[in-house]
Design a protein. Sequence first.
Lengths: 362, 362
Amino acid sequence: MKKQDKKPVKELESFGQKLVTDIEKGKNPTIEFSLRSLSNVVYDTKTKTLGLGEKQQQRAFFNVGHAKKFLQTLEIAKISKNLLDVGKHASLRDVFYMAKRTLPSSNINIVDDQVESDKSLEDLELITDCSREQLNINANKMGSVAGNVVIEDSGDSINWAKLGSGGWSIPSNVEDVEFKSVKAKYVIYMEKQAVWERLHEDKFWEKQNCIIVTSQGQTTRGIRRLLQRLNDEYDLPIYVLADFDPWGFYIYSVLKFGSINLAHMSGTMTLQNARFLGVTADDALNYDLKKHFIKFKDVDMTRLKQIADYEWFQKNKDWQRQFKLMKDFGAKLEIQALSSKGITFISEKYLPEKIKKQEFLD
Amino acid sequence: MKKQDKKPVKELESFGQKLVTDIEKGKNPTIEFSLRSLSNVVYDTKTKTLGLGEKQQQRAFFNVGHAKKFLQTLEIAKISKNLLDVGKHASLRDVFYMAKRTLPSSNINIVDDQVESDKSLEDLELITDCSREQLNINANKMGSVAGNVVIEDSGDSINWAKLGSGGWSIPSNVEDVEFKSVKAKYVIYMEKQAVWERLHEDKFWEKQNCIIVTSQGQTTRGIRRLLQRLNDEYDLPIYVLADFDPWGFYIYSVLKFGSINLAHMSGTMTLQNARFLGVTADDALNYDLKKHFIKFKDVDMTRLKQIADYEWFQKNKDWQRQFKLMKDFGAKLEIQALSSKGITFISEKYLPEKIKKQEFLD
């Protein structure tokens, strides 16, 4: 068994053992764990992340309202244990199909919908204090990375600096990745793959001694963990490069402060040291980019107001100033508007200047 | 200048030279190329692809209705020529911002919307007989690949067999990729990244001596070209693995026969030898998967009817049989339903059996 699989296996076994003990003692088998509902999601001003409060919930076998969920939780625990035993990983969808069976002499399925197996897995993350990745269940695979880093993964030694124009394709699960050598001063994370290709072609990571990461869409858990590990284990600052729009701000917000969905995993899924590198309202003014503004639609204004009201942004003057300027502009601005200044403007002037002057939002 | 850039540069220069000659002769500068409209999209029963017919269109400078588009086409040609000259690539969005300027002493922008620069670029593909990738303008980057293949790209030698759990991240543009060694009997292309991770973890490509490719979403042009090059240059069959649903069939249809949007590029963007590996109606019956059927919604039935009516499927008895069975089931089936048979069922039994028996749809 792999070293890193020992903890989840032990946790799953002691979870099972606890229920066996309940049965042997003639007690009602009961699972207890933190309540995962909006009423128990709290913003921790010390760690500056969204996490779960102190409310607990119980799930008992001999309880008509709990019995099915109890069974589902055990079924997912069984599937996870089997995966760990054979050293295989499964996707959320796989797990759903593996759990979906009709109970003998009944017309009741263990799960009818993936939402049920997903929820049980989230419960299991709380029960075992292991992420779904540690339980060998993977989320989505997305994204690419390049930089002066050598890793070992699945028996291969991989140099992120020697992977041509494509880069390394980030797996859904990076728990087993071993860093062998990390030569970089910081990490830039960007959602847009086109910006990543721009920086990669310009050898930005080589010239600036950094690592560039793109998600090609929403930030997957694999990418979140990769960024967090680089930050934790190598103390690398994480800079977020996104559009100047409410959605860009939201990407940053979730990455740094967490989200309601991830509240039960805030310890391993948030990046408390992340900083917002751009694009900002000041960039629009300093680099004469107002002519590339894209007018707000109603939905943008609504979204902006929601984000400006987030607890962690409310008392932050710098962010409130950005929100106010955006509201006054009534417009957003894309990173790619920088291309109007020349194709390599972003990698030769914009980013080096901002990073040198440490012009970040926190 | 790179060897492969010579053709596009020559084509762009002769395009410009033609217009200069028009001017010197006192003629109205005029561009002529195939008409790109639905009325000129035809299904070629010989090549079995959707392509453009013989209708031509003209675009003249001294024509109030043409002048702006004429200017836009020249602007995009200029941007492409500049990119080729400095050996850089840009995304479609970059090109839009590079073209977006206000004409002096006017309030007219060269382009106001990306649709305009995109359309001009498609025209330029026809005018120069070069793909946008050859013109150094990239579409989206997506997807991963693994297999016994060594390539050279941007000065790096990359072994697709030695990239851990992630694989090589496929760039948006694979025109400059050089194949150094290709040891494989076939290629499996799948949309779903989770299925790719399944096959990769099970070392399917190693055991079966093949290449596995996933797009993690829609099939990008980069992936299309990668598959086409592996098929053209190494005679590798391409097998498509998709869900048993109208959308899965559509993915296959576009890959093999082309689409209206790609009609002007059918030569380099279609895979006439692609075959559909699964999931089929027969799989649902043979492997006892009917219990995992997902009931059709109205939109599924509508989509199925549209696809069944495609000219290239109309006279294909095997496909019509699939469409009929799907209609009778009134349901679709996901690849991942195979996981209900065990996590490695797909890689140890389903795929090896189907490929051995050559159970494909054409």
